[in-house]
Design a binder for this molecule. Sequence first.
Ligand code: HEC
Length: 128
Amino acid sequence: MFNKKKLTLSVLIVLGIIFLSSCYYDNEEYLYGNAPCDVSAVTYSVTVSNILATNCYSCHSTATGNASGGGIVFDNYAKLKPYATNGQLVGSITHAGGYSPMPKGATKLSSCDIQKIQAWVSAGAPEN
Ligand code: HEC
């Protein structure tokens, strides 16, 4: 026959497990540190050019390039494309060996910004 106390106890245990496991999944970002980086909607015209404008055009624009960017200018698509294709853009922002680490004299870009630029380059650096 049913024992009311045992039944109540098992219901509580089941509810407890559901409660605890929902907490576990809800806190994925907290548990793994970094919020997920969405690279699904990366475009040159919005994503890439904004990251570069914030972090790079102070030295690498048409206005400043010769003075502070070592003659390297990429403030429009046509000028950026060769650096995307030859590996220098990704090499410099990931601080890979053999490339000059960028942004020069400043902290590395956030890992999400780096992932976005890498995603755009891997997609063939389209003018989108
Ligand atoms: C404070 C000025 C400054 C800033 C900001 C800066 N750069 Fe540079 N960058 C330079 C100079 C100067 C050079 C020439 C090479 C050198 O001196 O290291 C250079 C070289 C480069 C090169 C050629 C790398 C190589 O290995 O020859 C790339 C690509 C580049 N920069 C990308 C960037 C990107 C992308 C950013 C932004 C995330 C950035 N730079 C920000 C000054 C800057």
